[in-house]
Design a protein around this ligand. Structure first.
Ligand code: NAP
Ligand code: GDP
Length: 346
């Protein structure tokens, strides 16, 4: 049966990666758009999903059979810490409007995007790690992003309620920290990798120090946006259950922020060596240790994903972290003028 797939948040980091994976002639054919699939990528300009009526009209316009729901108010540690209420309210509204419009429009499948932030903080809990799909609700989230986390947790609750009351198989995917081309590279509000890239770029350009935040000790797992996009396509075509699936690299690939800082600098050095070898990329690093570290770690298991991928017979490999960083830095340098940097470039 042919599918009409609506992607909310189609202009963001993950939405752009989906467009690349589906449409780029150089991407893996296994994940490209199929002839029986029609894809639509919505932005906030077309419909503000915090508004029930605009959301309903969007569904009426495209009449989707399937939805990949990416739209959200998104930000890194520092934006979350200062805007917990806004993250809670906007995301609750967006998610409720999308799920209820999908139900009203008789959409067969919705895959909503959660985050490993939804999991409990380790404080007071034994044997929490590694995080698995069953552990979402067993304790409070980290206080730095409780607004965003609770709004996202409610999606899992709603999915189960839509199943119980209406038999719907609406589900969710849980990615770890994501990065890649088209990320939000704002200096203050972004996630760690795009934030570090922009800071390093400006420090080198102006001959000032490069200032990563915090102690550098926290650990994170990162997924390249284009790998995540492939996994969304795979889930859409192969997964039909309400229970969420963690979309993550293996636990062993958890890295410290300090390692990320070094790797970002190396990626810039590699970029410079290929574009202007006469001017090596060189920056002095000076940590802003007064800044917050946030959650120390949130290591997630990808066992369920690995088992399901194997059962489906689909070949998938994660892009090595250094290669993905290098591709992202190349993209950022090349597209600095149009990238989301928060800097007025007039
Ligand atoms: P992003 O780059 O900030 O993009 C957000 C997208 O949501 C944009 O397309 C934006 O549209 C849309 N959007 C925001 N508010 C909206 C509204 N009120 N109405 C309609 N659309 C709205 O975010 P992302 O990193 O791609 O995130 C995609 C999903 O992944 C989100 O659900 C996020 O929670 C999840 N996630 C992200 C990360 C990460 O590290 N980035 C990690 C785990 C999970 P406009 O462009 O028109 O504003
Ligand atoms: P989180 O994984 O939800 O906490 O969000 P982030 O992607 O914002 O990562 C936060 C971690 O990176 C914290 O330990 C920060 O102290 C550290 N970090 C170091 N430099 C930066 C930076 O420039 N921006 C951000 N967002 N985090 C940074």
């Amino acid at each position: 049966m042919s599918k009409v797939i609506l992607v909310t948040g189609g202009s963001g980091l993950v939405g752009q990666a989906l467009q690349h994976v589906l449409n780029d002639t150089e991407s893996d054919p296994a994940f490209r758009a199929q002839p029986d699939e029609t894809w639509h990528f919505a932005t906030s300009k077309e419909a503000d999903l915090r508004c029930p009526e605009q959301t309903r009209q969007l569904f009426e316009k495209y009449k989707p059979t399937h939805v990949i729901h990416l739209a959200a108010l998104v930000g890194g540690l520092f934006k979350n810490m200062s805007h917990n209420l806004t993250f809670l309210r906007d995301n609750i509204r967006i998610n409720d409007n999308v799920l209820s419009s999908a139900h009203d429009a008789d959409v067969t499948k919705v895959i909503s995007c959660l985050s490993t932030c939804v999991f409990p903080d380790e404080k007071g809990l034994r044997d929490l790690y590694p995080l698995t799909e069953q552990k979402i609700h067993i304790g409070p989230p980290h206080p730095s992003n409780f607004g965003y986390s609770h709004a996202k947790r409610l999606v899992d609750i709603q999915n189960h309620a839509y199943k119980q009351e209406f038999g719907r198989n609406y589900t969710s995917a849980i990615p770890t920290n994501v990065f890649g081309p088209y990320d939000n590279f704002d200096l203050r509000d972004s996630h760690v990798i795009p934030g570090l890239m922009h800071k390093a770029y400006l420090a080198e350009k102006s001959g000032t120090v490069f200032q990563p935040s915090g102690s550098g000790k926290p650990l994170r797992q990162f997924i390249y946006s284009r790998d995540l996009a492939k996994l969304f396509v795979w889930m859409l075509r192969n997964y039909d259950d309400v229970e969420p699936v963690i979309l993550s690299v293996p636990e062993e690939q958890e890295v410290s922020i300090e390692y990320v800082v070094d790797s970002v600098v190396k990626a810039f050095q590699k970029n410079r060596a290929s574009t202007d070898p006469s001017k090596p990329f060189d920056v002095k690093i000076e940590w802003n240790r007064a800044a917050a570290d946030g959650q120390f770690r949130k290591p997630a298991s990808n066992e369920k994903l690995a088992t399901l991928l194997k059962e489906s017979g689909v070949q998938f490999e994660f892009t090595p972290f250094e290669q993905a960083l290098h591709e992202t830095v190349d993209w950022f340098v090349k597209n600095y003028d149009s990238a989301r940097t928060g800097v007025n470039k007039q």
